[in-house]
Design a protein around this ligand. Structure first.
Ligand code: HEC
Length: 272
């Protein structure tokens, strides 16, 4: 049992107790979902996973990619090719996490899209296109029901927060846009779920699926390192300490320390 799971099991237990004392009926399996058990609005759930994603992405971008480049590590869009000795770029770390989440029985979906994507696969389609136009002018997140996909959806603007975003996208041969500037909205992280409300149990399962996705994405990077000629040390050290990367537990522990209090408070408040 991983630390992550233990935390979530404890959370589930707390919620179960809170739930029992609120004298509500027991949680029902998916096909028996009713409005009495599923009372947490999906918007709150998607905002929670979006914050979890912001924290892991920032940790990976700054402490692994940013510090790693200085320590001599490489990151590349073709990181999975046998002849490329590099780790995933932040967008590809996210894609790796999205693939893992997709395989989880929890029916949450994650997509990083753009109106000017380097990769055609990241182009918005359907009702997301028009809603993204709105985000471009307001810079605010949008919550809506996607009638085509029949999913409750939330799109969060993805900003060019550091020059590295601007520089790499402008210089990329496949980029349709070469004049990105700092603080531009470059795309949107899009989360969706098939139900309008969830039960506390479902909420915990969704967070578990998301964290599992981050763990799997980081693990893929560590596995890739095994094929490097010059392997960085994998343990408790970070690239800022030298030619080293944290192991899975060290990485996930740092991530969880940064976000868990916030998520736990949201879980508890969602019961009020
Ligand atoms: C070293 C190069 C590099 C850096 C740095 C980088 N990106 Fe990207 N980004 C890419 C590549 C390559 C893709 C396409 C990956 C794929 O095949 O899906 C991508 C994909 C994306 C996408 C999905 C749409 C698209 O263009 O395909 C968004 C949105 C995005 N990046 C935003 C950012 C932001 C915001 C930052 C900074 C926080 C950033 N990127 C940093 C290279 C980079």
């Amino acid at each position: 049992m991983t630390l992550n799971r233990m935390h979530l099991t404890a959370l589930a237990l707390i919620l179960a107790i809170v739930w029992a004392f609120a004298s509500a009926p027991p949680a029902l399996p998916d096909h028996q979902r009713s409005s009495t058990t599923a009372t947490i609005p999906i918007g709150l759930v998607l905002e929670t996973v979006a914050r979890e994603n912001d924290v892991v992405r920032s940790l990976y971008t700054k402490s692994i990619v940013g510090a790693g480049l200085k320590a001599g590590l490489r990151f590349d869009e073709n990181w999975k090719n046998a002849d490329v000795q590099a780790g995933p770029l932040p967008a590809l770390f996210l894609r790796e996490a999205a693939l893992s989440i997709q395989q989880n029985p929890v029916r949450l979906a994650l997509f990083l899209g753009s109106h000017q994507p380097i990769s055609d696969a990241n182009q918005f389609s359907g009702s997301q296109t028009a809603i993204f136009e709105k985000i471009l002018t307001t810079g605010e997140a949008e919550h809506f029901f996607d009638p085509g996909l029949k999913r409750w959806t939330a799109m969060f603007p993805d900003y060019a927060s550091v020059m590295a975003c601007v520089k790499c996208h402008n210089e990329h041969p496949d980029s349709p846009k070469k004049d990105w500037v700092l603080d531009d909205v470059m795309g949107a992280t899009t989360w969706s779920y098939p139900h309008e409300t969830v039960s506390p149990d479902e909420f915990v399962n969704i967070i578990d699926a998301v964290r599992g996705g981050f763990r799997d994405a980081y693990r893929s990077y560590l596995q890739e390192i095994e094929s490097f000629d010059n392997k960085p040390e994998i343990g408790t050290q970070w690239p800022s300490d030298g030619y080293a990367v944290p192991d899975e537990e060290t990485f996930m522990k740092e991530f969880e320390q940064r976000i868990s209090a916030d998520t736990l408070n949201t879980l508890l408040e969602s019961r009020r």
